[in-house]
Design a protein around this ligand. Structure first.
Ligand SMILES: [Zn+2]
Length: 239
């Protein structure tokens, strides 16, 4: 059994709204054993209760403003007013700085999504929140909720592609990776024509990208999307 306490450490954060200083848990790099990586990059670990996505969101215990490290550093005066009215004024102090279970992590994402929408965070930041929340629902096998969030994530990723803000939310995100991910999320919500179009865009980087793993995944998932599309057309004719 892995010792939970020793795999976590305390990180000190400063609230981007009220400037209060507080601590939150983070997972120590290298303390987990990867078990499986889903085709949309959700990584499952042998120690699922220590999945780092449980600890992505920082929740200020003083005012309730919830954010990730990718949020904008500063809020505008108007955004501050909105956060005061809609979050801080309604907040009952609660500490998310301890060990989190999945339902608690889900609450932290809902708080961060509300804060992100209120303060106009980049599309890529919102997309990342929706996708991670979808993964948490997947881990609970709550498929309807998962797919609803995947649908919201793909809309934001598409806007992030159009506005080229994708490296803001995730430093590892390249254009080819983003195109692949948009395709894969569309495939999961059964929008096969769009999935095929985005896999095609990813595959056009075949000769220019060093991310050959992504190209292979795009080929496999493009093939799968085409087969699923045909199946769906067949069954809708029969049905
Ligand atoms: Zn605060």
């Amino acid at each position: 059994m892995i010792d939970k306490a020793s795999s976590l450490y305390e990180k000190t954060c400063k609230c981007r709204h009220c400037q209060a200083s507080f601590t939150t848990k983070r997972v120590r790099g290298g303390s987990l054993t990867m078990e499986h990586r889903d085709s949309d990059f959700y990584t499952r670990f042998k120690e699922q209760s220590l999945n780092p996505i449980l600890y992505t969101v920082n929740v200020c215990p003083a005012c309730g403003f919830s954010f990730t490290d990718q949020f904008k550093e500063k809020l505008t005066p108007r955004e501050k007013d909105l956060v005061n009215e809609q979050i801080a004024a309604k907040w009952t102090p609660k500490d998310f700085g301890r060990i989190r279970n999945v339902p608690e992590a889900i609450v932290s994402y809902k708080l961060a999504i509300f804060a992100a929408e209120l303060t106009d965070q980049p599309h890529s930041v919102k997309a990342g929140l929706y996708l991670r929340l979808a993964w948490l629902y997947r881990s609970l096998e709550m498929t309807a909720e998962e797919l609803r969030l995947i649908g919201m994530a793909v809309d934001e990723y598409e806007l992030s592609y159009i506005h080229s803000d994708y490296s803001r939310g995730d430093k590892e995100m390249s254009e080819v990776r983003l195109l692949y991910l948009i395709g894969e999320l569309y495939r999961r919500v059964e929008k096969y024509d769009l999935a095929i179009r985005y896999f095609g865009k990813a595959l056009s980087y075949r000769n220019t990208t060093i991310e050959s793993g992504i190209i292979r995944m795009a080929q496999d998932q493009w093939q799968l999307a085409r087969e699923e599309y045909k199946e769906k057309q067949k069954s809708s004719k029969i049905g």
